[in-house]
Design a protein around this ligand. Structure first.
Ligand code: FE2
Length: 429
């Protein structure tokens, strides 16, 4: 007797009318017309069953703090950083936790079951570290949080960053962060990368740096990050987040850079919602989009994910932590509207993001964790088109969130007429 049998679902890879059997928190069987008895059945009706969404770049310590202590008047990155600095002195562990727990609920309801969150360690009290470690523990049965020690005010530029970084890692923060473009000079940025990679190497940890989040084509810290990754043998364990300066770089230089990123197996996370709103601010027209070169890196075989980055905080007044919104924006900004590219945009918030976080047993295959989401759409592309309801969110074989199907009626000449937005045009492909 299995714990759960999900009947007749479509998969993100295009397979249709598949059954999924779950036992002891794992996917025990997957195929057509499974003749298996289970304690609970879910009829999928040809809807999409997907591995859960994964947000590989987020800031949970600032999420949902919009308006505290005031709104960002200019909407710029720099005023956002200044605003966060104004808010920090009044933060408490309880208020950070309260906002983070609410954010986790939003994420789970929308089918996101793993988040990598950067945590600001430039506050010597390390309140955000304490709060998010508690949230990580309290929510571990529902959502996997991976925390990055993030020296927002610079690793070398802020005097206590080294000490705070080690304190945060000693407390249990998982990943070493950095922000080389915010150091005082390019040389200091490169030096920060070298030192941070050495700390990660000595501790056996992953690295994820905010890297080149600027429109300056000469901001080339990703080159140093790839070099140090290769030099210190950290292949596959390092992520470069944002890389927006690459948007503006010389094409010839990029043709040399991408193979170096590939060689070092550096993962890349672009943050389309934030990049399209914060970059290109000093341009008149033409105005740059600012997001890094996603299709070109995917073509090189570099693992590229999309992150949400911010939700209703000093930097971004929008967002409900829906990774389908992120993929939708990402494919628009990168012009990834080819059929295969739309699939890649979906992978950027699922499989690719799971690779960034090095999640174990992730995916819809026999032996993987029974973590999945059933959406009110028939394919991955239709999910991007409709950004539909997440009918069931399942963690370790248990339904942890449910949303009723969307219902919409028109009143036409007094007659109540149901309408459906589903067109299912991509099914045959
Ligand atoms: Fe970020």
């Amino acid at each position: 007797m299995h714990d759960l049998l999900i009947k007749n679902v479509n998969l993100a890879n295009g397979e249709q009318q598949v059954d999924i059997a779950i036992l002891d928190g794992k996917i025990a069987a997957l195929g057509k017309h499974l003749n298996i008895k289970a304690a609970i059945y879910i009829e999928g009706h040809g809807q999409l069953a997907s591995a859960p969404f994964v947000d590989s770049h987020f800031h949970m310590d600032s999420a949902l703090s919009l308006g505290q202590p005031r709104l960002n008047q200019s909407g710029t990155l720099l005023e956002g950083i200044a605003l966060w600095g104004e808010l920090k002195p009044s933060l408490t562990v309880d208020c950070i936790k309260k906002r983070a727990l609410e954010l986790c609920q939003w994420s789970i309801a929308r089918g996101t079951l793993a988040i990598r969150s950067h945590v600001d360690i430039s506050d010597d009290r390390l309140l955000a570290v304490e709060a998010l470690l508690e949230v990580k523990e309290e929510m571990k049965d529902y959502i996997e949080l991976q925390l990055v020690a993030f020296p927002q005010d610079g690793f070398l530029r802020y005097k206590n960053s080294r000490q705070n970084l080690h304190r945060a890692l000693d407390k249990g923060v998982d990943v070493v962060g950095g922000i080389p473009h915010f150091e005082r000079t390019m040389a200091a940025g490169a030096e920060s990368i070298r030192q941070l990679c050495e700390i990660a190497s000595a501790r056996g940890l992953l690295v994820d740096m905010h890297c080149d989040e600027s429109d300056d084509p000469m901001s080339r810290h990703i080159e140093t990050l790839a070099y140090e990754t290769q030099r210190q043998g950290l292949h596959g364990r390092v992520t470069g987040s944002h890389l927006t300066s690459m948007h503006s770089m010389d094409n010839y230089y990029v043709s040399k850079l991408l193979p170096l990123i590939k060689e070092a197996q550096v993962h890349v996370v672009a943050n389309p919602l934030i990049n399209i709103t914060l970059q290109g601010r000093s341009d008149t027209y033409p105005k740059r989009r600012g997001m890094t070169r996603v299709p070109e890196m995917l073509d090189q075989g570099i693992n590229v994910a999309f992150g949400h980055d911010c939700v209703m905080d000093p930097w971004y007044s929008f967002g409900t932590h829906d990774m389908l919104d992120v993929a939708h924006m990402g494919l628009h900004v990168a012009q990834m509207t080819g059929l295969q590219q739309m699939q890649q945009a979906y992978q950027a918030v699922t499989d690719n993001a799971a690779k960034v976080m090095q999640l174990e047993n992730y995916g819809l295959e026999v032996g993987c964790n029974a973590d999945l989401v059933i959406l009110e759409a028939t394919s991955a592309v239709e999910a991007l088109q409709l950004r539909p309801e997440r009918l069931y969110v399942i963690k370790s074989g248990k339904v942890i969130a449910q949303t009723a199907p969307r219902e919409c009626y028109l009143n036409l000449q007094g007659v109540k007429t149901p309408i459906s937005f589903s067109k299912n045009l991509f099914r045959e492909s």
